[in-house]
Design a protein around this ligand. Structure first.
Ligand code: FUL
Ligand code: CA
Length: 509
């Protein structure tokens, strides 16, 4: 009989570590999981075992290096880029932070079209949309029973509308994921600043999380000012977290310090070139008690929790739409540069695109988004490593091909912690200015420094010196013409495990 114990998210079989124990043989699936065979049956299963052994030759023994990402976090890592939508009374008052005493009737988009938002997001290659269901002014874009400051009190659709519902339907129809921003700070709610507000916040979150389908992300802003009665709130974040995960276990929760993903410490959309997906949160709080912004931007090399960085930034100077900023929409090139400094440093990019007073995304923003997509496509379509030969000073040479198969499930592992060298030989002299490296982060983040050198016919010249790699490092350098390139991983927390390497000549650098 074959039985598995303690299954986990890493599904490879490693029979090299199989050990006889009593009348059973245990084969490791990973550090926590084993397949066990009883001896008599094992005798009858020699054929099966030899098949498994053959399979094992092509897999590798990798010991995960904790902390590890959860399955949900791993899925989030692959999203790379998604949109933020700031929309509400501020759109109609030209403010960035409403006071909470705005007349709700001012919220009156003339041609709200959430399908247009979802279509544009999808065409831009964004994987989702996060909506400000409630911003600091307390106005709810859905008719919450726990507030009197909502779309129900507005003129829009005679108070019968629901923006959350409209967007959720649009996302389902267009095939894109959705997330919600629910500001803990509420400048309208009369109970804000009292213990009862925590119940109100939780009840309104329940409405959002149990009535509109699944979200991929819940966004908690760190701003915490006074409410209408001048008091600040002591938030019951533990209760909020537990309940949110109970209602939607597939969620990632964003805040300054997680629990699932962290703020990157600025609102410029950039993550440090040294970026650990790890963070120590003990003793820190959201908002004023958060770790220093530089720590959030880099993570902690030996952090105890896996809490990766998300870079949020607006396509315009403000988060909400202001007609006077129509000429200040970021260009495709600026967005591409931000992509290199966020996704290219191993994090995700959350790009805000605020709809105007009609309730549609302005043409200037949409055009820029399409240009941004075109730049990404032209940059990363032609992988110059096609036909290249890889060799390494360590590890299994055969599985090096896993690095260039464009399959993120297959990987190659070094056998040594330091000084792993991979030499890439091109079939002919090739012009390139970018190398993309990806770690197999399911096994933990390891690499702490690396260099890229190109061969000039006589010797190697260093063209890039880097620190962390993480999920993705887009390493760009001055254009080189070469037929040989060397990547040296000088130091790592454990033997490096990479899943992909690719090379490009990007004209828009
Ligand atoms: C900030 C908020 O105060 C801004 O209004 C905006 O929502 C931004 C994304 O987060 O901290
Ligand atoms: Ca691969």
């Amino acid at each position: 009989m074959i039985s598995t114990t303690n299954t986990s998210n890493l599904d490879f079989v490693n029979l090299f570590t199989a050990e006889p124990q009593g009348s059973r043989v245990y084969a490791e699936i990973n550090s926590n999981s084993y397949i066990s065979f009883s001896i008599p049956i094992m005798r009858n299963c020699l054929l099966l075992i030899s098949c498994l052994l053959t399979t094992a030759l092509f897999s590798q023994s990798v010991k995960p290096l904790p902390p590890l990402p959860s399955k949900v976090q791993l899925k989030w890592h692959e999203k790379e880029f998604y949109l933020f939508i700031h929309f509400g009374p501020n759109t109609f008052t030209d403010k960035e932070w409403g006071e909470g005493n705005e007349d709700p009737s001012i919220f009156n988009p003339t041609a709200l079209d959430c399908e247009q938002w979802a279509r544009i997001a999808k065409k831009a290659g964004a994987k989702g949309i996060i909506l400000t269901a409630k911003h600091h002014d307390g106005f709810c874009l859905w008719p919450s029973k726990f507030s009197t400051h909502t779309v129900r009190e507005s003129k829009w659709m005679d108070g019968k509308g629901d923006v959350v519902k409209a967007l959720s339907n649009a996302c389902k129809k267009i095939g894109i994921e959705m997330g919600v921003y629910i500001s803990p700070w509420d400048r309208n709610h009369p109970l804000y600043g009292t213990a009862a507000y925590n119940d109100i916040y939780l009840s309104s979150m329940k409405e959002l999380l149990t009535n509109y389908g699944k979200y991929f992300e819940l966004w908690w802003d760190g701003a915490n000012g006074e409410g209408p009665n001048g008091k600040k709130q002591q938030y019951d974040f533990h209760r909020f977290e537990d309940s949110a995960f109970k209602w939607q276990p597939q969620l990632v929760i964003f805040s300054d310090i997680g629990p699932s993903i962290r703020w990157c410490g600025n609102e410029n959309g950039t993550i440090n070139s040294t970026n650990w997906n790890l963070l120590d949160t003990a003793g820190f709080k959201r908002g004023h008690g958060a770790p220093p912004t530089d720590t959030l931007n880099r993570g902690n090399v030996n952090g105890k929790q896996w809490i990766p960085a998300e870079a949020d930034v607006s396509i315009r100077p403000g988060w909400f739409y202001h007609a006077k900023e129509d000429s200040k929409v970021k260009t495709p090139q600026t967005l591409f540069n931000l992509y290199l400094r966020s996704v290219g440093n191993g994090g995700n990019l959350l790009l805000n695109v605020p709809p105007d007073r009609t309730g549609r995304i302005n043409a200037a923003d949409s055009a820029s988004l399409m240009g941004f997509r075109a730049l990404r496509e032209s940059a990363f379509t032609t992988d110059l490593l096609k036909g290249a030969k890889l060799t390494a000073n360590t590890g299994d040479q055969k599985t090096l091909a896993n690095l260039t198969d464009h399959n993120i499930q297959t990987y190659w592992s070094s056998k040594q912690q330091d000084n792993t060298q991979i030499v890439i030989s091109f079939p002919k002299k090739t012009e390139l200015n970018t190398l993309v490296l990806e770690e197999m982060i399911a096994y933990g983040q390891r690499v702490s420094n690396f260099t890229i050198e190109t061969f000039d016919g006589t010797q190697y010249q260093t063209v890039f010196t880097g620190t962390t790699i993480g999920r993705k490092k887009i390493a760009s350098f001055k254009k080189q013409e070469t037929d040989k390139l060397r990547v040296t991983i000088g130091g790592a927390k454990a033997a490096p495990v990479l899943r992909e390497v690719s090379a490009y000549l990007i004209s828009s650098l």
